[in-house]
Design a protein around this ligand. Structure first.
Ligand code: MG
Length: 252
């Protein structure tokens, strides 16, 4: 691993490739979220995502990654992350996170949104909004060159708490670029002023992953799907962001 202890910095040419790949991913997740309705299976969503990405010249980054079979991780209700697309039928009132990655010109981008299936209870809608707003707020108010990873972690932890939910400590954001997961880890809990400094020109995937109940999770028998131990709901949003001199750019 070339980037196991230092942040990758991207040239202007690489940034353009990240923008192209990131736009494919962003548009893909928007497209697939728009398809979500009761009666579809998570595999239907996965196939739509793969076609969308390949038709635009990208490669599905998750497919085959450490043997993962899908283009998307589709995690329903108490599934937290890494749900395998299957013949599971989405039901009215479910929520499903759609986590995807794209490789373009050899560079990785990673993003996630959570979609409501049909009519979802207002309390669950509010939960989703809190997690999404936490992601938007940390990018707007905290992320820039020279901050420490712990500044991001502490903000996410506190903002989720204020919103009535909790971050899952064992699941983190990460650096990415030449590989899907590289230095640094970006935890969703932590202490301000600690951890690695983020340099100008690097990219990180920021991904608040929150639950309404206990933060204890376990891996299901399929070896991939992470679920809450108490069966409570989970929600996940993620952007890959590039840290520039004058702004933070959401790449995907
Ligand atoms: Mg990620």
């Amino acid at each position: 691993m070339p980037y196991d202890r230092q942040c990758q910095i991207f040239s202007e040419e690489q940034r353009q490739s990240l923008r192209t790949g990131g736009a494919i991913l962003r548009d893909c997740l928007k497209h697939v979220a728009g398809l979500v309705r009761p009666g579809l299976t998570t595999l239907d969503l996965d196939r739509a995502a793969e076609t969308f990405i390949r038709d635009r010249g990208g490669l599905p980054a998750f497919k085959g990654y450490q043997g993962f079979p899908g283009t998307l991780c589709t995690s329903v209700n108490d599934e937290v992350v890494h749900g395998i697309p299957s013949d599971r039928v989405l039901l009215d009132g479910d929520i499903v996170s759609l986590d995807g990655g794209v490789i373009f010109d050899g560079l990785y981008t990673d993003a996630c949104t959570t979609a409501a299936v049909g009519n979802v209870k207002p309390a669950i809608r509010r939960f989703m909004e809190q997690v999404e707003e936490t992601l938007e707020a940390v990018i707007r108010d905290v992320v820039r060159s020279g901050v420490r990873v712990g500044d991001i972690s502490a903000f996410i932890e506190q903002r989720l708490k204020k919103g009535g939910c909790k971050a899952v400590p064992v699941l983190t954001g990460h650096g990415l670029g030449d590989t899907l997961h590289q230095f640094p880890d970006v935890p969703n809990v932590g202490k301000a002023g600690t951890g690695p400094l983020l340099p100008l020109g690097t990219m990180i995937a920021i991904e608040p992953i929150a639950v309404l109940g206990s933060t204890e999770v376990r891996t299901a028998d399929d070896g991939w799907t992470v679920v809450t131990r108490d069966g409570s709901l989970a929600c996940h949003y993620e952007h890959s962001v590039l840290i520039l001199a004058d702004r933070v750019e959401s790449i995907a």
